[in-house]
Design a protein around this ligand. Structure first.
Ligand code: HEC
Ligand code: HEC
Ligand code: HEC
Ligand code: HEC
Length: 463
């Protein structure tokens, strides 16, 4: 009996070694797709050329350096290690490969980070989902799939193979649009355009009970309260905060959600209107620019058709940005304090029945702050929503701190010590993140594995 189990085990592990060895050899489907992809370059040269130009959008911001408090709020998750603002689509694969968030391969036999992290970077993912099954794909380790990734945000991410017709190749995105009663196939071209962006620019989580497949939590709707209700009724959390013990919710780039309830959406102005303007080629024929980039760079072509005064719009945006940023910094300061006050209350002997309401208020406050912060264009996409989210977040964290204050008084705790968050390095030190060690391990993996075995797209901007 025992030998049978052992030999079965050996068989499985040998089989998986064999399938890993084959992984560096592209599958037939991958080769076919590569050939079809290449043909689109000749068929649609203007779209191809402008698509290629996203490779020049190199700029990005180190958000943890700009807002070190976020290191404390995300402590216990990989977001606390590294987090940048987005840049050109051409960098998507290389950036997810190089970020400290995706780490290094797990030790043999250990479960690593899910391959789901590739989902919004490449059309190789819908292909792999077809080949392996949706959960077959998501159950793989992130690093084991690297050699399969040959292209970055490319034509078939948004189009029916080889055609101008739009498509939504990710099954979870199809499901999500149906959940909010906007099934992709039934939409006009305008809404289809917004939805192709929304398949990636949307909040999501990995469903633990479904092999970490990507799920978009919109069963009750796609505004901040509906999504919170979804998570709360499932008692879902992404991680337990190591300082305050709060079960944390994490928002991720909810551009589609913000846009959905905006004045622009009501007026039929979509992501495409602002980020992919109509352009003319050398012969004067119009085509859609595929250099998806900053909207304000195209003020004249895009905004001016509806807003005559550039000065007025630019100053409105500046005002929105200043107000929203100031509120976000205020929430961050308050939430850092709340996490440490909760820690002090636990240390003093707080019980769950005493702490529950305060901890839930921290959870809900941080969720709203994150839902605002995890998207970089909120001040332009939906400033009213930005203000409401952060105002509510401030109320909730103040409520949490009020409850904590009472608990601390009960235990006669006179003072709480707060961390130094004056810089990213100080915040990292406060939560025990050793950046140099992590960076060194990452560099070794990049040099010995990625640079040797992965495709060129995984190195764009790093050579
Ligand atoms: C991120 C999504 C996305 C990607 C990637 C993408 N497209 Fe498009 N494409 C669109 C959208 C949106 C439109 C506008 C559709 C509309 O409004 O009718 C469009 C329009 C087109 C059209 C119709 C003519 C025109 O210019 O409006 C062609 C042809 C086209 N794309 C080809 C391509 C090719 C070739 C690639 C790969 C090099 C590509 N697209 C990559 C989203 C994308
Ligand atoms: C397959 C997933 C995917 C699709 C589809 C997609 N994006 Fe993106 N987008 C990304 C990722 C990932 C990044 C960040 C890349 C990075 O920073 O490395 C990004 C970055 C961006 C940026 C930042 C560009 C810059 O230079 O700062 C804008 C703007 C943007 N996307 C708009 C859109 C719009 C509009 C659409 C629809 C036409 C769209 N995206 C479709 C995944 C996608
Ligand atoms: C009314 C025009 C408008 C619409 C509609 C719009 N955006 Fe934007 N978006 C902007 C502006 C303005 C900014 C601020 C920075 C810039 O692009 O100039 C921005 C910023 C962004 C950013 C952050 C870019 C960065 O590098 O920080 C992303 C990503 C983005 N938009 C994606 C989308 C997506 C996806 C949609 C549709 C769901 C959308 N936008 C709809 C105008 C628009
Ligand atoms: C097709 C028309 C159209 C285009 C194109 C358009 N807008 Fe708008 N914009 C509107 C409408 C309609 C409103 C809502 C007016 C209102 O209700 O006060 C609006 C409102 C705004 C506001 C007020 C803030 C808000 O959302 O409440 C800003 C700022 C703005 N637009 C910026 C831009 C920028 C920047 C661009 C170009 C990237 C742009 N718009 C392109 C139609 C447009």
């Amino acid at each position: 009996m025992l030998t049978k189990v052992i030999s079965a085990f050996l068989f499985v592990s040998l089989a998986s070694v064999a399938s890993l060895a084959q992984a560096s050899e592209p599958s037939v489907a991958a080769k076919e797709q590569a050939a079809r992809d290449a043909s689109l370059k000749e068929k649609f040269p203007e779209q191809y050329k402008s698509w290629l130009e996203t490779s020049e959008q190199t700029e990005r911001e180190d958000m943890l350096a700009s807002y070190p408090a976020a290191v404390i709020l995300w402590a216990g998750s990989s977001f606390a290690k590294e987090y940048h603002s987005p840049r050109g689509h051409h960098f998507a694969v290389a950036d997810v490969t190089h970020t400290l968030r995706t780490g290094v391969p797990p030790k043999a036999g250990d479960k690593g980070l899910s391959a789901s992290c590739w989902t919004c970077k490449t059309p190789d993912v819908p292909r792999l989902m077809n080949e392996l099954g949706i959960e077959g794909f998501s159950a793989k380790n992130f690093t084991d799939v690297g050699t399969e990734v040959n292209s970055v945000v490319y034509c078939t991410d948004c189009h029916v193979d080889g055609k101008a017709e739009l498509a939504l190749p990710r099954p979870h995105a199809q499901d999500a649009m149906a959940k909010v009663h906007l099934p992709f196939d039934k939409q006009d071209n305008n809404m289809k355009g917004a939805q192709v962006c929304g398949q990636c620019h949307v909040t999501y989580y990995f469903q633990p009970e479904r092999s970490n497949k990507v799920n978009i939590p919109w069963i009750f709707g796609n505004n901040v309260d509906d999504i919170e209700k979804y998570y709360d009724t499932r008692r879902f959390y992404e991680w337990i905060h190591p300082i305050s013990q709060t079960p944390i919710l994490k928002a991720r780039h909810p551009e589609f959600e913000h846009w959905s309830s905006s004045k622009h959406a009501d007026a039929g102005v979509t992501c495409i209107t602002c980020h992919m303007p109509e352009t003319k080629d050398a012969k004067g024929n119009t085509f859609t620019s595929h250099k998806v980039s900053k909207a304000l760079d195209h003020f004249d072509e895009v905004c001016q058709s509806c807003h005559r005064s550039e000065q007025k719009i630019v100053s409105a945006l500046e005002n929105n940005k200043t107000t929203i940023n100031a509120k976000a910094r205020e929430v961050e300061g308050l939430l850092v304090k709340a996490h440490y006050e909760a820690a002090a209350a636990w240390d003093a002997g707080g019980t769950w029945s005493q702490m529950n309401d305060a901890i839930m208020a921290i959870r809900h406050s941080q969720w709203r702050w994150d839902f605002a912060m995890a998207s970089h264009g909120l001040y332009a996409h939906n400033p009213e929503l930005g203000n409401t989210l952060l105002d509510t977040s401030i109320e909730q964290v103040n409520y949490a701190r009020h409850l904590l204050d009472e608990i601390l008084k009960k235990f006669d705790v006179k003072s709480v010590s707060y961390p130094d968050i004056s810089s990213k390095a100080a915040a990292h030190a406060a939560v025990g993140i050793e950046l140099e060690k992590l960076t060194e391990a990452k560099k070794k993996f990049i040099k010995e594995d990625v640079d040797k075995n992965w495709s060129e797209v995984s190195r764009h901007g790093y050579e």
